[in-house]
Write a protein that binds this ligand. Structure first.
Ligand code: G3P
Ligand code: CA
Length: 287
């Protein structure tokens, strides 16, 4: 069934890693700010520690986002918890983030005393489900191949434990699913759909195809929505309409500059994933 372009008032604002332009990414501080702003959803990356705990960490290593060093999957939770989280923008922040705020060198930043220790997924779920003023969750699985299905199984177990998933069905808040799973890996998404058929999934894609190929070839969805990079939309604005006609929602990432926000809004995307949730809320007349 074809989907209409989303009206600006109905576009979902998704705070990427929390309000990560202002607070250390993947911390309760960053997620609290999203709730305070009234963002519709928060994005969170999950990785599995050596002892099988899902933690909210973007990079393969903890070097950029903490005072420690090492690969997440090679460390136990207790080892990760020895280090403090720090506020460092990704190296590509110069591209994604505010042009006036260049990416910082790793040694330039002091630990953020308020940020605390690494956030586990369960702690985030506990916070989100216990806090009034519902914010939906967009959870991205990182490196799912490393653990061959364990990440998805652990994720769904946690969602069930916090009442966000019952059988294969997600809890609904204001008539919309309270949680969805995103991944660049079609295999990971197929596993999720097998285990929880009604849980929405977003197939993230970053590749800009040559215009002729992208026109003739539909994106083969592994999810119920497609998450194109901003670069894909810039290169091929007609993509949104084609995906909508194929019945797929469009969740674009990561949109931080006002002119790119305007582009995404004018194309009628369904969700905009941004580090700059306050600016997007303001642009949509909601802040
Ligand atoms: O929300 C999708 C986006 O987060 C994907 O890119 O590298 O920030 O996880 P990345
Ligand atoms: Ca992500």
């Amino acid at each position: 069934m074809s989907l209409p372009p989303r009206a600006p008032s109905d576009i979902e604002v998704v705070a990427h890693r929390g309000v990560s332009a202002e607070a250390p990414e993947h911390t309760l501080t960053a997620y609290q700010q999203a709730l305070t702003l009234g963002a519709d959803a928060v994005e969170c990356d999950v990785r599995m520690t050596r002892d099988g705990v899902l933690v909210c960490v973007h990079d393969r290593r903890i070097n950029r986002t903490s005072t420690g060093r090492g690969v997440v999957s090679a460390l136990d939770l207790a080892e990760l918890e020895r280090h403090r989280v720090v506020h460092r923008r990704p190296r590509r922040a110069g591209i994604r983030g505010r042009p006036s705020r260049p990416a910082v060198a790793e040694d330039d930043v002091e630990p953020d005393e308020d940020a605390g220790r690494v956030l586990t997924l369960d702690r985030l779920l506990d916070y989100v489900t216990a806090t009034p003023g519902r914010v939906r969750l967009a959870i991205e699985t990182k490196h799912p191949t490393r653990h061959a299905g364990q990440v998805e199984a652990a994720l769904l177990t946690s969602l069930r434990r916090f009442g966000l998933l019952s059988g294969g069905r997600p809890l609904e808040w204001s008539g919309r699913p309270a949680v969805r799973v995103m991944s660049f890996s079609p295999t990971a998404l197929r596993r999720v759909r097998l285990l929880a058929p009604d849980l929405p999934t977003v197939h993230l894609v970053r590749q800009v195809l040559p215009r002729s190929r992208s026109r003739s070839r539909p994106v083969l969805p592994a999810g119920t929505a497609i998450g194109p990079s901003l670069a894909m939309l810039r290169h091929d604005p007609g993509l949104v309409g084609r995906l909508h006609r194929a019945g797929l929602q469009v969740h674009v990432w990561v949109v931080n500059r006002p002119r790119d926000m305007h582009l995404a809004v004018s194309l009628g995307v369904d969700a905009i994933i941004t580090d700059e949730a306050a600016a997007l809320m303001h642009l949509l007349g909601r802040g």
